[in-house]
Design a protein around this ligand. Structure first.
Ligand SMILES: *Cc1c(COP(=O)(O)O)cnc(C)c1O
Length: 380
């Protein structure tokens, strides 16, 4: 892939996009323009298709980063007197709790370790303990560690117990299989700049039509009201407020590439190859992954920081950046870690080269990469 002299972003959004996707932003679009409205329409159709929601679901696009869409989904879909169960195994789950607190919606947290996927059994017990629970808000892929939660089990459980399920599928949408036809999911939230390989700037919520139809006037926010956004789009074919035109055009181009690549399966397979190449290479250098292989999603990998007093993430980051690769700091409360993403318009060549750059860097900085004795520090 031709990427020029820009560094490769091994960060899970913003990420490295293809030149074609960036070129799609080289013109201006009017928000009233029929050609732009056509883009919006086709984006919504294609996004719903990716998760097989054609029959019962609609896609509501929203300006802003992914968090705006998560907040919009919670504020629009959960009634004021609802109660939301949040299994919490990372920073994005914790963010959902904070959003619910701001919305003054009752919330029950199910605390988990950052390397521990939620189980249907634990969820079921939590539901039994608190009968007020009306909804579950689940992060599919906890990007803070790269942890995969078992969405199919959770959706089946919510269906059985008749609980609404709102899924933050931000960093899994497009890469991992999600099938809305099996039922149990009220809404899926994702954004332009993650596994779809667009640029950041718009989120979207794929929501069951019957659920959204019941939500008129519920959102406490004007700008984040998905019901109004959808109603306006349906009536006028336009976004309610100024659309992120270039972001949408870039996403159109990115989705064309997604289809040409072979859709979700092919994208997921490329990321899995990237991830395996990264982990094998890093293991060979002596680094250890934070997660067990079964819990590791092929999107971002958390590595333990080397147990060497010379280790300093900022210096390491700067040196690897100098070599052309942008890494990500850790986002865990339990352990000293750093992260490397394997998504974006990159393949195994970039992963090999990144590992080689990391190897040269630790050598040059004189850092001894040795396994730590303790896996996870005791949590507070
Ligand atoms: C990226 C991401 C978000 C959204 O974060 P923004 O910074 O608002 O884009 C939410 N949830 C998960 C799991 C994510 O990976």
């Amino acid at each position: 892939m031709i990427l020029g002299n820009d560094p490769i972003l091994l960060t899970p959004g913003p990420l490295t996009t293809s030149p074609t996707t960036r070129e799609a932003m080289l013109r201006d679009w009017g928000s009233w323009d029929g050609a732009f409205n056509q883009i919006t329409q086709s984006l919504c159709t294609d996004l719903v298709d990716i998760v097989h929601g054609q029959k019962d679901y609609v896609c509501v696009p929203l300006q802003g980063s992914g968090t705006f869409a998560v907040e919009a989904a919670l504020g629009t879909l959960v009634p004021r007197d609802g109660c939301v169960l949040v299994p919490n195994n990372g920073a994005y789950c914790a963010r959902i709790v904070r959003i619910l607190q701001r919305l003054a919606i009752a919330c029950v947290e199910l605390p988990l370790r950052e390397d521990e996927p939620v189980t249907a059994t634990a969820l079921e017990q939590a539901l039994a303990r608190e009968p007020r629970i009306t909804h579950v808000a689940q992060v599919h892929l906890e990007t803070s560690a790269g942890l995969l939660n078992p969405l199919d089990d959770i959706a089946a459980l919510c269906k059985r117990h008749r609980k609404g399920l709102i899924v933050d599928a931000m960093s899994s949408f497009g890469a991992l299989p999600i099938d809305l036809r099996t039922g149990g999911i009220d809404a899926l939230v994702s954004a332009s700049g993650k596994c779809l390989e667009g640029v950041p700037g718009m989120g979207f919520v794929i929501v069951k039509r019957s659920v959204l139809d019941a939500c008129e006037g519920r959102s406490p926010s004007l700008a984040l009201d998905l019901y109004d956004q959808h109603a306006y789009l349906k009536k006028t074919a336009q976004w309610r407020f100024t659309p992120p035109t270039h972001v949408a055009a870039a996403l159109r181009s990115a989705l064309d590439r997604f289809v040409a690549e072979g859709g979700q399966r092919a994208r997921g397979a490329r990321y899995a190859r990237n991830c395996a190449t990264l982990i094998d290479g890093m293991h060979a250098l002596g680094f250890r992954t934070f997660l067990r292989a079964e819990a590791q999603a092929p999107v971002i990998v958390t590595f333990h920081a080397p147990d060497d007093p010379k280790w300093n993430f900022a210096d390491f980051y700067a040196a690897v950046r100098e070599a052309g690769y942008v890494l990500y700091p850790g986002k865990l409360t339990q352990a000293d870690t750093f992260r490397v993403g394997c998504i974006g318009a990159i393949d195994v060549n970039e992963m090999h080269n990144a590992v080689a750059a990391i190897g040269r860097t630790v050598e040059r900085l004189g850092i001894a990469v040795q396994p730590r004795t303790t896996r996870v520090k005791a949590s507070a």
